[in-house]
Ligand binder design. Structure first.
Ligand SMILES: [Zn+2]
Length: 273
C-alpha cells in the first residue's frame, strides 16, 4: 500500500499484482544430486563422464521445468541449489524410514547439499570446482561453492592461487579454514568434532561462553556451539575432508609467487618490452 514494491495498492486489491509478470521469484530447491547419481553409478561417480552428464541432465531438466512454469503462470520460477540447513537431515531421515539403510546414501545420515562434491572425499580445490562449475548456469536462483582448507595462516599464497583460478570459473566461492578459538587455554585452530558437538583439542573445552567455533553450516557461516545444528548437518560437517594437503599448499604457493613476480616484471618493464 505504501509503494515499497513500486506500485501502490488499495486495501482491497490483490497482492498478486505485485508478484506476477516475473517481478519476484518462486524457487524450486533441490539437494542430494550426489546421492541420486550414487544410486545409478555407485559411490565414486565424480570421475565418470557419463554420470556427470546424467547429473547435469537432471539439473537442466529442473531448470527447464522452471522456465515452463514461468511461461504458463507469469511468475518467475528459479532453480535454487539450496544449502539446506536442516533438510539435509529431514530428507535423509524420511528416506531412511521408507527405503532403509542404503550405503553411501541414507546410511550416512545426511544428504549432500545441492550439486556439491561428496564431502567425504578430498579432491583438490581445482578438481572440486571443475566438477561443480557446470551446474550454476541452470541453478541461478542461488548457489555456493566452497573448499575446505587446513590452517593456511603461514601460507596465504596457496589460497590466492585457488582464488585467482576460481575467479574465471565460478560465481561464488566460500573459503572454509579453521578459525576456532578457545578462551580457556588460548588454542587457535580447528576444534574436534565429537558426537556431542565441537571440543577444544587441547583442553576439551566446549562451553559456548568460553570458546568460539565457526563452521560453514550451510551457505553461511554459523556458530554450532551457540546454536546447535541438527544431527545430519553435524555429521556432514564432521565428515568433510580437506581439499588441500601440505604438498599441494607448497605447490600452489610457489605457483602464485612465480605468477606475481612475472606480473611485477611486466609492470616494471612496461607493456612494450
Ligand atoms: Zn582449550
Amino acid at each position: 500500500m505504501y509503494g515499497a514494491f513500486g506500485k501502490r495498492l488499495k486495501k482491497t486489491d490483490s497482492i498478486d499484482e505485485l508478484f506476477k509478470n516475473e517481478r519476484a521469484t518462486v524457487s524450486l530447491g533441490y539437494i542430494g544430486l550426489y546421492e541420486v547419481c550414487t544410486s545409478f553409478f555407485g559411490k565414486s561417480w565424480e570421475d565418470n563422464n557419463q554420470a556427470h552428464d546424467f547429473a547435469e541432465e537432471i539439473v537442466k531438466k529442473m531448470h527447464d521445468k522452471c522456465a515452463q512454469w514461468a511461461k504458463e503462470s507469469g511468475y518467475h520460477y528459479s532453480l535454487y541449489s539450496t544449502p539446506a540447513e536442516s533438510l539435509t537431515d529431514t530428507f535423509c531421515r524420511d528416506d531412511l524410514e521408507k527405503f532403509g539403510a542404503i550405503p553411501d546414501i541414507t546410511e550416512k545420515e545426511y544428504y549432500t547439499n545441492s550439486f556439491h562434491y561428496d564431502v567425504r572425499k578430498h579432491p583438490t580445490p581445482f578438481e572440486k570446482l571443475s566438477f561443480e562449475e557446470v551446474f550454476p548456469k541452470y541453478a541461478s536462483g542461488g548457489f555456493i561453492h566452497y573448499c575446505e582448507y587446513p590452517n593456511l595462516r603461514q601460507n596465504p599464497k596457496a589460497l590466492e592461487a585457488v582464488w585467482d583460478w576460481a575467479y574465471d570459473h565460478v560465481g561464488y566461492l566460500g573459503t572454509n579454514t579453521s578459525i576456532d578459538q578457545c578462551f580457556e587455554c588460548g588454542f587457535k585452530g580447528e576444534f574436534k568434532a565429537t558426537a556431542r558437538g565441537f571440543v577444544c583439542p587441547q583442553c576439551g573445552n566446549h562451553d559456548p561462553q568460553t570458546c568460539d567455533v565457526v563452521k560453514r553450516t550451510c551457505g553461511y557461516l554459523g556458530n554450532p556451539q551457540q546454536r546447535p545444528m541438527i544431527h545430519g548437518r553435524h555429521v556432514e560437517i564432521a565428515s568433510r575432508k580437506k581439499n588441500m594437503n601440505a604438498e599441494m599448499i607448497q605447490h600452489a604457493a610457489k605457483y602464485e609467487r612465480a605468477k606475481q613476480s612475472d606480473s611485477q616484471r611486466m609492470v616494471e618493464r612496461g607493456p612494450q618490452s
